[in-house]
Design a protein around this ligand. Sequence first.
Ligand code: ZN
Ligand code: ZN
Length: 362
Amino acid sequence: MKGRLVALLGPSQVEIQEYELPALPPGAALLKVRRANVCGSDLHIWHFLSVAFRDVVMGHEFVAEVAELGEGVTTDSAGQPLSVGDRVAAVYYHTCLKCAACSRGDFEMCLNVNRNSALAPATPPHFNGAFATHYYLSPGQFFYKVPDEVSDAAAAGANCGLAQMVFAIDKLGVRYGQNVVVQGAGGLGLYAAAVANRQGARVIVVEKEPVRIAAALQFGAHDIVDINEFPSAEERTARIMELTGGIGADVVIELTGRASAFAEAVDFSRPGGHIASIGNLNVGKEFEISFAPALITRKQLRIFGILRYHPWYLKRALTFLAENASRFPFEELSDRVFALDDINTALELSEARAVSRAAIIP
Ligand SMILES: [Zn+2]
Ligand SMILES: [Zn+2]
């Protein structure tokens, strides 16, 4: 039997290829992809801007069902019994548990993180990406059953953005009653707002787009700092100070991808505050405004760069979706569905921001 996948051939150049489904070694599983999202990093990879991902199968954010279980696979990574047809979400990167980073407990920094996802489409087992009919779950790769009350549309975003935000909120030490500022209300910002809200924090979202502001209010924001209303950094800082009783934010989470937002995060923060740098991913983007590192020293700030998550946070993300299915409109994050053959259209419209979260249903 054969399956189909989206192979990346060159900058903005993809092709649907067909390969024989792989035979499973002990410990592996074959999944049937139910729904995969086009994530911001997929667009980056599509343009050949990621050196690690060139001759690869595209896609990483997805929900699937078990098509076949290799010898010895009877449960998911949390010990929940598993059978063919069960819906699952998989951690999209590898954690070898043996390298220097894994040995320190920094699983999200595993030195072999791209071991499977960077393989060429032509190399067996072929199905190492989510824009495909099938996905090969390699032995040792973490994956979890999707609770029944979580829809495919909600579950598809769990293994990237949501798990990362649940991890970030933990790592930043967000506690009940704290003031948390979220810069940017794209998909990640909405997840951050929802998780911080459920943690008992007061959530302040800084955003400009009216559609995103409306969404932020649906996803747990208590206050909005509308950039149209507060156009300068000074005005926004003054507003944050006003909203936090003149103290500043306990935690600021930068999710805009704009370098200047980091400088603002330093201004928003209270002395001893925690700042997460998550949105700025593109190396080479120079600072758009002047910035004094002395502010970090004088305010005794702690800066956290956060990428990926510890694998078991995917289980927590799925539980979060189940517990909050009626509280936040997770399905609405994904606004248009495409067939695998329409991958070019899905990527182009995502790039043009004509859709906010395109989903592929193969
Ligand atoms: Zn992603
Ligand atoms: Zn490792």
